[in-house]
Design a protein around this ligand. Structure first.
Ligand code: PMP
Length: 413
């Protein structure tokens, strides 16, 4: 049955949670409360089984062998590409499968930006970017003489859209912006932002890592030039992901890595490259992983991403409401549009101590800089704690988390 057809309230979330084997384990003798899905998401049995089934029954390399298994493996891998493309509302031949967002953004940096940018050009990023959407641009800037400009954020953790627009000066060639912040939870209006950029001839790279797990994403409607994503945060295996790019960019981009799979003909005098997207997939890819990602897309599609978003909004409202009642607890990131990611600080307690003691209560939250040093500098702390939810979490877990937090605060503060 397609759950997407069912009204949100009729979805049996307890049954869906039971699809995730790991969520029923105990940690330090306590039932696990997994509030670290922004770091990596848990996997439903359907994804684990799809990967397992690939290795048990179909394992072979892709695009090389004419034998039956080779054909099956290629079909499974290309089938996963088609499923992911349909999920994003893009064409499959514009979707390069990668090891994740980091690879996807580096592909844009090395194949699109490096050959094009020069002194006098600027790359615009925002203060809320993950290091994966900062460091590749710094490497490009160093090698091309381009400069990096930073668009600031408002005190509640939203992007300052006026400042962003003002920063889109004539020298800006590329804008790199996250769809959803992994620290603040802020959902950025990427469609409006890309429209503003496009009017000025600025190429846009959207980091979709934290958006795909939480909401329906229509990449075609966003109107960006590049959209990067990572599979392991959206119920898929680690080492999977993709870069969507406009066909015209892919056609014009030189390959980033050379090797097998990405060529049509190799002679010592020169090589004819394969067409996109294969031109950008040198070597043996993560075949089983992407088959698993295809199963994750099927799984999320059966629930319906609108239902996922509604469920998480409800969980987020509950969690935020409870956390706001706690004296000395500060939530970092209060933008009007938020995904279920809550960074917080507790007066008198270090983030790492909090996370360590919460772990002893069975609660997994992340503490640290969340790969966002410039944002941490803006917040004015080296680390925060972060509770990040997914649709498989429960209201009872929120109560358990609040109980654990109260116990831990008594020990620390
Ligand atoms: N961007 C954002 C916003 C992220 O949260 C992450 C993962 N924490 C990444 C990029 C990098 O993703 P990956 O490590 O899977 O390449």
């Amino acid at each position: 049955m397609s759950l997407a057809a069912a009204p949100a309230g009729s979805i049996d979330w307890a049954r869906i949670r039971a699809d995730f084997p790991l969520l029923s384990r105990q940690v330090h003798g306590k039932p696990l409360v997994y509030f670290d899905s922004a770091n990596t998401g848990q996997k439903p049995a359907a994804v684990i089984e799809a990967t397992d089934d690939f290795y048990r029954r179909h394992n072979a390399n892709v695009s090389r062998a004419v034998h039956m298994l080779g054909t099956e493996a290629t079909e499974a891998y290309e089938g996963a590409r088609r499923k992911l493309a349909a999920h994003l509302n893009v064409r499959a031949n514009e979707l390069v499968l990668t090891s994740g967002t980091t690879f996807a953004i580096n592909l844009v940096a090395y194949s699109w930006a490096l050959p094009r940018l020069q002194p006098g050009d600027a790359i615009l990023v925002t203060r809320m970017e993950h290091h994966a959407n900062i460091v590749p641009w710094q490497l490009v800037a160093e090698r091309t003489g381009a400069t990096i400009k930073v668009a600031d954020i408002t005190p509640d953790g939203a992007l300052d859209l006026d400042a962003l627009q003002a920063a889109m000066t004539a020298d800006v060639r590329l804008l790199a912006v996250t769809h959803v912040s992994n620290v603040l939870g802020t959902v950025n209006p990427v469609r409006d932002i890309c429209r503003m950029a496009r009017k000025r001839g600025i190429v846009t790279v959207v980091d979709g890592s934290q958006a795909l797990p939480h909401m329906p994403v229509d990449v075609a409607a966003i109107g960006c030039d590049f959209y990067a994503l990572t599979g392991h945060k959206m119920c898929g295996p680690t080492g999977t992901g993709a870069l969507w790019a406009r066909g015209e960019h892919l056609e014009a981009m030189p390959p980033f890595l050379g090797g097998g799979e990405m060529i049509r003909e190799v002679r010592f005098e020169g090589t004819v490259f394969n067409d996109p997207p294969h031109r950008f997939e040198a070597g043996t890819p993560n075949i089983a992983g992407h088959v698993g990602l295809g199963a994750a897309v099927d799984y999320l599609g059966a629930i319906g991403m609108a239902h996922v978003a509604a469920r998480e909004a409800e969980l987020l409202a509950h969690l935020t409401g409870e956390m706001r009642k706690v004296d000395g607890l500060r939530i970092i990131g209060n933008a009007p549009e938020k995904a279920a990611v809550v960074s917080f600080l507790v007066e008198g307690a270090h983030a790492h101590d909090l996370a360590t003691l919460l772990d002893l209560e069975g609660v997994a939250v992340r503490s640290g800089h969340h790969c966002a040093h410039p944002l941490m500098a803006w917040i004015g702390v080296p680390a925060t704690c972060r509770a990040s939810l997914a649709f498989y979490n429960t209201h009872a877990e929120i109560e358990a988390f609040m109980g654990a937090l109260s116990k831990v605060r008594k020990l620390l503060c």
